[in-house]
Design a protein around this ligand. Structure first.
Ligand SMILES: Nc1ncnc2c1ncn2[C@@H]1O[C@H](COP(=O)(O)OP(=O)(O)OP(=O)(O)O)[C@@H](O)[C@H]1O
Ligand SMILES: [Mg+2]
Length: 312
Protein backbone atom coordinates (compact mmCIF):
# COMPACT_ATOMS: atom_id res chain seq x y z
CA UNK A 1 0.00 0.00 0.00
CA UNK A 2 3.04 2.26 -0.20
CA UNK A 3 2.39 2.90 -3.88
CA UNK A 4 1.26 6.43 -4.76
CA UNK A 5 -2.05 5.39 -6.35
CA UNK A 6 -3.98 2.20 -5.66
CA UNK A 7 -7.46 1.43 -6.99
CA UNK A 8 -9.30 -1.58 -5.63
CA UNK A 9 -12.52 -2.63 -7.34
CA UNK A 10 -13.31 1.03 -7.99
CA UNK A 11 -16.86 1.26 -9.36
CA UNK A 12 -19.25 4.06 -10.29
CA UNK A 13 -22.89 3.74 -11.25
CA UNK A 14 -24.74 6.76 -12.57
CA UNK A 15 -28.32 6.24 -11.52
CA UNK A 16 -29.67 2.72 -11.71
CA UNK A 17 -28.21 0.24 -14.12
CA UNK A 18 -25.51 2.35 -15.77
CA UNK A 19 -22.03 1.39 -14.70
CA UNK A 20 -19.53 4.00 -15.93
CA UNK A 21 -16.53 2.52 -14.06
CA UNK A 22 -16.50 -1.20 -13.41
CA UNK A 23 -14.27 -2.72 -10.71
CA UNK A 24 -11.01 -1.02 -11.63
CA UNK A 25 -7.92 -2.50 -10.03
CA UNK A 26 -4.75 -0.55 -10.58
CA UNK A 27 -1.48 0.00 -8.77
CA UNK A 28 0.63 2.93 -9.90
CA UNK A 29 4.26 2.67 -8.95
CA UNK A 30 6.31 5.58 -7.71
CA UNK A 31 7.77 7.97 -10.29
CA UNK A 32 5.86 6.45 -13.18
CA UNK A 33 3.98 8.55 -15.71
CA UNK A 34 0.79 6.70 -16.45
CA UNK A 35 -1.28 7.40 -19.53
CA UNK A 36 -4.89 6.54 -18.77
CA UNK A 37 -6.07 5.86 -22.28
CA UNK A 38 -9.57 5.25 -23.56
CA UNK A 39 -12.10 6.43 -26.14
CA UNK A 40 -14.83 9.00 -25.41
CA UNK A 41 -17.11 7.81 -22.67
CA UNK A 42 -14.70 5.11 -21.46
CA UNK A 43 -14.87 6.34 -17.86
CA UNK A 44 -11.61 8.29 -17.60
CA UNK A 45 -13.04 11.49 -16.12
CA UNK A 46 -15.33 9.53 -13.80
CA UNK A 47 -12.33 7.59 -12.46
CA UNK A 48 -10.26 10.74 -12.00
CA UNK A 49 -13.14 12.49 -10.22
CA UNK A 50 -13.45 9.59 -7.78
CA UNK A 51 -9.69 9.69 -7.23
CA UNK A 52 -9.81 13.39 -6.43
CA UNK A 53 -12.99 13.16 -4.32
CA UNK A 54 -15.09 15.19 -6.75
CA UNK A 55 -17.44 12.19 -7.04
CA UNK A 56 -18.43 9.60 -4.47
CA UNK A 57 -17.67 5.97 -5.28
CA UNK A 58 -20.41 3.37 -5.69
CA UNK A 59 -18.08 0.57 -4.56
CA UNK A 60 -14.40 -0.12 -4.10
CA UNK A 61 -11.58 2.04 -2.83
CA UNK A 62 -9.08 4.59 -4.05
CA UNK A 63 -5.90 5.19 -2.07
CA UNK A 64 -3.46 8.06 -2.55
CA UNK A 65 -0.11 7.64 -0.83
CA UNK A 66 -1.77 4.91 1.21
CA UNK A 67 -4.68 7.04 2.43
CA UNK A 68 -8.26 6.07 1.59
CA UNK A 69 -9.73 9.00 -0.37
CA UNK A 70 -13.30 8.40 0.82
CA UNK A 71 -12.27 8.08 4.48
CA UNK A 72 -9.91 11.06 4.71
CA UNK A 73 -9.98 13.12 1.55
CA UNK A 74 -8.09 16.05 3.01
CA UNK A 75 -5.09 13.96 4.00
CA UNK A 76 -5.24 11.77 0.88
CA UNK A 77 -5.26 14.81 -1.40
CA UNK A 78 -2.66 16.75 0.58
CA UNK A 79 0.12 15.33 -1.54
CA UNK A 80 -1.78 15.60 -4.81
CA UNK A 81 -1.88 18.29 -7.46
CA UNK A 82 -4.72 17.94 -9.93
CA UNK A 83 -6.11 19.62 -13.02
CA UNK A 84 -9.46 18.03 -13.67
CA UNK A 85 -11.56 20.70 -15.26
CA UNK A 86 -9.73 23.66 -16.77
CA UNK A 87 -9.95 26.09 -13.88
CA UNK A 88 -11.38 29.54 -14.45
CA UNK A 89 -8.85 32.09 -13.31
CA UNK A 90 -9.50 35.69 -12.42
CA UNK A 91 -8.75 37.39 -15.72
CA UNK A 92 -7.38 40.54 -14.10
CA UNK A 93 -4.82 38.74 -11.92
CA UNK A 94 -1.34 37.78 -13.07
CA UNK A 95 0.13 34.26 -12.60
CA UNK A 96 2.17 35.54 -9.63
CA UNK A 97 -0.93 37.03 -7.97
CA UNK A 98 -2.98 33.92 -8.73
CA UNK A 99 -0.39 31.63 -7.16
CA UNK A 100 -0.11 33.91 -4.14
CA UNK A 101 -3.87 33.86 -3.65
CA UNK A 102 -4.13 30.08 -4.09
CA UNK A 103 -1.10 29.47 -1.89
CA UNK A 104 -2.71 31.47 0.91
CA UNK A 105 -5.96 29.55 0.49
CA UNK A 106 -3.95 26.37 0.94
CA UNK A 107 -2.34 27.72 4.07
CA UNK A 108 1.17 28.13 2.71
CA UNK A 109 3.51 30.72 4.23
CA UNK A 110 4.38 33.80 2.16
CA UNK A 111 8.12 33.07 1.64
CA UNK A 112 7.24 29.49 0.71
CA UNK A 113 4.68 30.74 -1.83
CA UNK A 114 7.24 33.09 -3.34
CA UNK A 115 9.90 30.39 -3.62
CA UNK A 116 7.51 27.80 -5.10
CA UNK A 117 5.87 30.30 -7.49
CA UNK A 118 9.22 30.97 -9.07
CA UNK A 119 9.97 27.26 -9.36
CA UNK A 120 6.64 26.17 -10.76
CA UNK A 121 6.48 29.02 -13.28
CA UNK A 122 9.87 27.86 -14.49
CA UNK A 123 8.64 24.27 -14.72
CA UNK A 124 5.68 25.34 -16.88
CA UNK A 125 7.82 27.81 -18.85
CA UNK A 126 5.78 30.87 -17.89
CA UNK A 127 8.47 32.86 -16.08
CA UNK A 128 8.38 35.62 -18.69
CA UNK A 129 4.62 36.00 -18.18
CA UNK A 130 4.61 35.99 -14.38
CA UNK A 131 3.36 39.59 -14.14
CA UNK A 132 1.02 39.70 -17.15
CA UNK A 133 -2.75 39.52 -16.65
CA UNK A 134 -4.14 36.05 -17.36
CA UNK A 135 -6.96 37.60 -19.40
CA UNK A 136 -4.44 38.14 -22.19
CA UNK A 137 -3.31 34.50 -22.33
CA UNK A 138 -4.02 31.83 -24.93
CA UNK A 139 -5.75 28.61 -23.83
CA UNK A 140 -2.41 26.81 -23.82
CA UNK A 141 -0.87 29.43 -21.55
CA UNK A 142 -3.86 29.23 -19.19
CA UNK A 143 -3.44 25.49 -19.08
CA UNK A 144 0.21 25.97 -18.12
CA UNK A 145 -0.87 28.28 -15.28
CA UNK A 146 -3.33 25.54 -14.24
CA UNK A 147 -0.43 23.08 -14.11
CA UNK A 148 1.65 25.57 -12.11
CA UNK A 149 -1.07 25.95 -9.47
CA UNK A 150 -1.38 22.16 -9.23
CA UNK A 151 2.35 21.92 -8.46
CA UNK A 152 2.51 24.85 -6.05
CA UNK A 153 2.31 22.95 -2.73
CA UNK A 154 4.97 20.42 -3.85
CA UNK A 155 2.73 17.39 -4.33
CA UNK A 156 4.28 13.99 -5.05
CA UNK A 157 1.35 12.92 -7.25
CA UNK A 158 -0.03 14.85 -10.20
CA UNK A 159 -3.43 13.91 -11.65
CA UNK A 160 -4.46 15.39 -14.99
CA UNK A 161 -7.61 14.91 -17.03
CA UNK A 162 -6.83 15.39 -20.73
CA UNK A 163 -4.44 18.29 -20.24
CA UNK A 164 -4.08 19.02 -23.96
CA UNK A 165 -7.73 18.76 -24.97
CA UNK A 166 -9.14 21.82 -26.68
CA UNK A 167 -5.71 23.27 -27.48
CA UNK A 168 -4.44 24.13 -30.95
CA UNK A 169 -1.37 22.24 -32.22
CA UNK A 170 1.05 24.81 -30.86
CA UNK A 171 -0.67 24.86 -27.47
CA UNK A 172 -0.53 21.07 -27.41
CA UNK A 173 3.19 21.03 -28.10
CA UNK A 174 3.81 23.61 -25.36
CA UNK A 175 1.78 21.71 -22.77
CA UNK A 176 3.43 18.43 -23.81
CA UNK A 177 6.82 20.04 -23.23
CA UNK A 178 5.68 20.77 -19.70
CA UNK A 179 4.51 17.16 -19.28
CA UNK A 180 7.94 15.97 -20.35
CA UNK A 181 9.44 18.30 -17.78
CA UNK A 182 7.23 16.71 -15.08
CA UNK A 183 8.48 13.32 -16.22
CA UNK A 184 12.06 14.45 -15.61
CA UNK A 185 11.20 15.68 -12.14
CA UNK A 186 10.25 13.49 -9.20
CA UNK A 187 6.47 13.41 -9.70
CA UNK A 188 4.23 10.40 -10.13
CA UNK A 189 1.79 11.42 -12.86
CA UNK A 190 -1.58 9.93 -13.74
CA UNK A 191 -2.93 11.52 -16.92
CA UNK A 192 -5.96 10.67 -18.98
CA UNK A 193 -5.83 11.05 -22.72
CA UNK A 194 -7.40 9.66 -25.84
CA UNK A 195 -4.39 10.58 -27.95
CA UNK A 196 -2.15 7.62 -28.67
CA UNK A 197 0.75 9.69 -29.93
CA UNK A 198 0.67 11.83 -26.80
CA UNK A 199 0.71 8.81 -24.51
CA UNK A 200 3.47 7.15 -26.49
CA UNK A 201 5.48 10.36 -26.40
CA UNK A 202 5.30 11.24 -22.73
CA UNK A 203 4.23 8.23 -20.65
CA UNK A 204 6.22 5.41 -19.08
CA UNK A 205 3.14 3.22 -18.51
CA UNK A 206 -0.25 2.84 -20.13
CA UNK A 207 -3.57 1.81 -18.61
CA UNK A 208 -6.21 1.28 -21.29
CA UNK A 209 -9.89 1.33 -20.42
CA UNK A 210 -13.14 1.00 -22.29
CA UNK A 211 -16.68 0.75 -20.92
CA UNK A 212 -15.22 1.34 -17.48
CA UNK A 213 -13.11 -1.79 -17.58
CA UNK A 214 -9.34 -2.09 -17.57
CA UNK A 215 -8.13 -3.73 -20.79
CA UNK A 216 -4.37 -3.52 -20.34
CA UNK A 217 -1.85 -2.04 -17.96
CA UNK A 218 1.85 -2.23 -18.58
CA UNK A 219 4.91 -0.20 -19.43
CA UNK A 220 4.89 1.44 -22.85
CA UNK A 221 7.89 -0.70 -23.81
CA UNK A 222 6.19 -3.96 -22.83
CA UNK A 223 2.99 -3.04 -24.67
CA UNK A 224 4.89 -2.04 -27.78
CA UNK A 225 6.84 -5.28 -27.77
CA UNK A 226 3.53 -7.22 -27.75
CA UNK A 227 2.45 -5.56 -30.95
CA UNK A 228 3.55 -7.78 -33.77
CA UNK A 229 1.76 -6.27 -36.74
CA UNK A 230 3.22 -3.09 -38.12
CA UNK A 231 3.90 -0.95 -41.12
CA UNK A 232 7.57 -0.34 -41.79
CA UNK A 233 8.80 2.49 -43.94
CA UNK A 234 12.01 1.82 -45.85
CA UNK A 235 14.04 4.47 -47.61
CA UNK A 236 17.02 3.46 -49.71
CA UNK A 237 19.97 5.22 -51.34
CA UNK A 238 19.84 3.02 -54.46
CA UNK A 239 16.72 2.04 -56.43
CA UNK A 240 13.87 -0.44 -56.02
CA UNK A 241 14.76 -3.68 -57.84
CA UNK A 242 11.95 -5.98 -59.10
CA UNK A 243 13.77 -9.28 -58.38
CA UNK A 244 14.69 -8.16 -54.88
CA UNK A 245 11.06 -7.16 -54.26
CA UNK A 246 9.90 -10.66 -55.31
CA UNK A 247 12.34 -12.20 -52.84
CA UNK A 248 11.20 -9.82 -50.15
CA UNK A 249 7.54 -10.75 -50.70
CA UNK A 250 8.47 -14.34 -49.83
CA UNK A 251 10.36 -13.35 -46.67
CA UNK A 252 8.83 -14.57 -43.42
CA UNK A 253 6.31 -12.15 -41.92
CA UNK A 254 6.05 -9.89 -44.96
CA UNK A 255 2.34 -9.41 -45.73
CA UNK A 256 2.39 -6.75 -48.38
CA UNK A 257 4.73 -4.34 -50.13
CA UNK A 258 3.70 -0.90 -51.19
CA UNK A 259 6.18 0.94 -53.39
CA UNK A 260 5.85 4.70 -53.07
CA UNK A 261 8.68 5.67 -55.43
CA UNK A 262 11.99 4.21 -56.50
CA UNK A 263 13.67 5.09 -53.23
CA UNK A 264 10.88 4.45 -50.76
CA UNK A 265 8.47 1.59 -49.93
CA UNK A 266 6.31 0.29 -47.10
CA UNK A 267 6.27 -3.25 -45.72
CA UNK A 268 3.26 -4.63 -43.83
CA UNK A 269 5.02 -6.93 -41.44
CA UNK A 270 4.08 -9.41 -38.73
CA UNK A 271 6.86 -10.46 -36.39
CA UNK A 272 8.57 -9.72 -33.11
CA UNK A 273 11.60 -7.48 -32.69
CA UNK A 274 14.06 -10.28 -33.44
CA UNK A 275 12.27 -11.02 -36.77
CA UNK A 276 12.20 -7.33 -37.55
CA UNK A 277 15.96 -7.12 -37.02
CA UNK A 278 16.37 -10.07 -39.41
CA UNK A 279 14.23 -8.31 -42.00
CA UNK A 280 16.60 -5.35 -41.99
CA UNK A 281 19.57 -7.68 -42.56
CA UNK A 282 17.66 -9.34 -45.41
CA UNK A 283 17.05 -5.98 -47.09
CA UNK A 284 20.75 -5.35 -47.06
CA UNK A 285 21.55 -8.86 -48.37
CA UNK A 286 19.18 -8.19 -51.24
CA UNK A 287 21.34 -5.23 -52.21
CA UNK A 288 19.42 -2.36 -50.70
CA UNK A 289 21.44 0.45 -49.19
CA UNK A 290 19.03 1.26 -46.39
CA UNK A 291 18.94 4.91 -45.31
CA UNK A 292 16.04 4.53 -42.93
CA UNK A 293 13.97 1.61 -41.60
CA UNK A 294 11.27 2.68 -39.24
CA UNK A 295 7.82 1.89 -37.90
CA UNK A 296 5.40 4.33 -39.40
CA UNK A 297 2.32 5.66 -37.65
CA UNK A 298 1.59 5.27 -33.98
CA UNK A 299 2.66 1.81 -32.91
CA UNK A 300 0.25 1.64 -29.99
CA UNK A 301 -2.69 2.14 -32.33
CA UNK A 302 -3.00 -1.47 -33.50
CA UNK A 303 -3.00 -2.83 -29.98
CA UNK A 304 -5.43 -0.18 -28.81
CA UNK A 305 -7.85 -0.81 -31.65
CA UNK A 306 -7.74 -4.58 -31.22
CA UNK A 307 -8.27 -4.36 -27.45
CA UNK A 308 -11.15 -1.95 -27.87
CA UNK A 309 -12.75 -4.05 -30.59
CA UNK A 310 -12.61 -7.17 -28.47
CA UNK A 311 -14.15 -5.36 -25.48
CA UNK A 312 -17.26 -4.27 -27.45
N1 LIG B 1 -23.11 12.91 -14.39
C1 LIG B 1 -23.36 11.89 -15.19
N2 LIG B 1 -24.57 11.28 -15.20
C2 LIG B 1 -24.82 10.22 -15.99
N3 LIG B 1 -23.91 9.67 -16.83
C3 LIG B 1 -22.69 10.22 -16.88
C4 LIG B 1 -22.34 11.35 -16.06
N4 LIG B 1 -21.06 11.68 -16.32
C5 LIG B 1 -20.63 10.80 -17.24
N5 LIG B 1 -21.60 9.93 -17.57
C6 LIG B 1 -21.47 8.81 -18.53
O1 LIG B 1 -20.50 7.90 -18.01
C7 LIG B 1 -19.67 7.40 -19.06
C8 LIG B 1 -18.24 7.71 -18.75
O2 LIG B 1 -18.06 9.11 -18.85
P1 LIG B 1 -16.67 9.83 -18.60
O3 LIG B 1 -16.91 11.28 -18.69
O4 LIG B 1 -16.06 9.30 -17.37
O5 LIG B 1 -15.83 9.31 -19.85
P2 LIG B 1 -14.44 9.82 -20.42
O6 LIG B 1 -13.62 8.60 -20.64
O7 LIG B 1 -13.89 10.89 -19.58
O8 LIG B 1 -14.85 10.39 -21.86
P3 LIG B 1 -14.26 11.66 -22.69
O9 LIG B 1 -13.09 11.13 -23.47
O10 LIG B 1 -15.39 12.00 -23.60
O11 LIG B 1 -13.90 12.74 -21.74
C9 LIG B 1 -20.20 8.00 -20.35
O12 LIG B 1 -21.06 7.08 -20.96
C10 LIG B 1 -20.93 9.24 -19.87
O13 LIG B 1 -21.97 9.55 -20.76
MG1 LIG C 1 -13.38 12.88 -19.91
Amino acid sequence: MDEPIVLQGLTKDYGKGFRAVDSLDLVVRSNSFVGFLGPNGAGKTTTIKMLTNLLTVTAGKAYLNGVDVAADAKRALGGVGAVVETPEFYQFLTPNETLEYLGELRGMAKPEIRRRSKEVLETVKMTDWATTRIGKFSKGMKQRVALAQALLHEPSIVILDEPTSGLDPRGMVEVRDVLKELKKQKYTVFMSSHLLNEVQEVCTDVAMIDHGRLLAYDSVGALLSKIDSKKLEVRIANRVMPEAMDQLRRHEGVQMLNIVNERQFFIDFIGDEERQAQLLLRLQELGYRVVSFRESGVALENLYMSLIKSSR
